[in-house]
Write a protein that binds this ligand. Structure first.
Ligand code: SAM
Length: 322
């Protein structure tokens, strides 16, 4: 069992398989960003499998593939298959912007990916072009259709809410009700200058308004993540609220993040980390790696400080893995 200093069990790892992306979401990888990681530093599949196999021996149960855009990493289905076969791993999920999902959904399902989260901040092409930097709505909708056809259910749709798209939340609720997607509304985190400039919106008033308009009640939804859910009484629709600022969930944080270059980050909003690339590439034995994993757990901070120190973090989300 992996446990940190605050008694939290760590059973969930988000693996960033690339820090590249085909979108330029203004709050994540702004247009013109050049600080991508050298390919020579990317962990190879053998390195990832070895390290996560050791994590699994210590109690890791769930892995989410993310990025950057994970579907841009060559042979991502091959990696998913290898990770799904690790003893102890019960669940492989994937976060994607869905631009490539149309041609990959069926292979991902066959490789053992069991759950999909798709990012979609708007249904309006003009808003998408402004926030996400590319005109991708048609590709994303095709990707969603392919995911349903491949048997992914439920599909969760992630919408980051900010000043630009806050008025579109109800339209997104209507769309998800109609299509049967689980909606998750996410508060903007102040990661990097451009994210700070996008205009944070507190989700609590939106939550109360949706509760009234759609007659929603508190709902439990499986997933193990930080979202708190409301749903219709007939169970037909659920909406999750991920509120790192207005109501943070650090006390129940069960996750760590491994970047494409092998840095294990213990908190999305703090600098604490352990360099596993150097260990893997300097002849560390399995026992050395197990000891390093256990030492890393002791570095996990109690909580992020997005509200107290919004200027603190220079890392964009794409660099850590969302
Ligand atoms: N490309 C994949 C995707 O679109 O889901 C995976 C990586 S992306 C970084 C993961 C999630 O992080 C997306 O839903 C994205 O909207 C969210 N994200 C990125 N920067 C954020 C920020 N500053 N605040 C809140 N969410 C953010």
């Amino acid at each position: 069992m992996l446990t940190d200093h605050f008694g939290r069990s760590i059973e969930y790892l988000r693996l960033s398989v690339t820090d590249r992306c085909d979108l330029r979401c203004a709050y994540c990888i702004p247009e013109g960003f050049k600080g991508f990681e050298e390919p020579a530093h990317w962990l190879g599949f053998d390195e990832i499998e070895r390290l996560l196999g050791l994590f699994a021996r210590l109690g890791l149960k769930r892995i989410r593939l993310t990025g950057g855009e994970p579907l841009l990493r060559r042979d991502i289905t091959g990696l998913a298959r290898r990770l799904a076969a690790l003893p102890g791993i019960e669940d492989i999920s994937l976060s994607t912007n869905a631009t490539q999902l149309g041609r990959m959904a069926a292979d991902l399902k066959a490789a053992g990916v069991s759950r999909l989260n798709v990012s979609l901040d708007s249904l309006d092409p003009a808003t998408i072009a402004r926030i996400n930097g590319r005109p991708v709505l048609a590709d994303v909708l095709a990707g969603l259709a392919a995911a349903s056809a491949a048997g992914f259910a439920p599909i969760k749709l992630n919408m980051v809410v900010m000043e630009d798209n806050a008025r579109e939340v109800d339209a997104m609720v209507d769309f998800c009700l109609e299509q049967g997607y689980v909606l998750r509304l996410i508060e903007l985190m102040p990661m990097g200058d451009t994210a700070r400039r996008m205009g944070y919106v507190d989700l609590q008033p939106i939550k109360r308004r949706l509760q009234r308009r759609f007659g929603l009640v508190d709902t439990l939804f499986p997933g193990g993540g930080p979202a708190r859910y409301l749903g219709t009484a007939d169970g037909r629709f659920s909406v999750g609220f991920i509120t790192p600022l207005s109501q943070h969930f650090c006390a129940t944080c069960n996750r760590v993040r491994l970047t494409v270059d092998g840095q294990l980050h213990l908190c999305l909003g703090q600098d604490a980390r352990m360099d596993f690339r150097s260990l893997l590439r300097s002849g560390a034995t399995d026992d050395d790696l197990v000891a390093a994993i256990q030492q890393a757990m002791a570095l996990k901070p109690e909580r992020h400080e997005f509200s107290e120190q919004p200027e603190k973090l220079l890392r964009f989300m794409s660099m850590t893995g969302g």
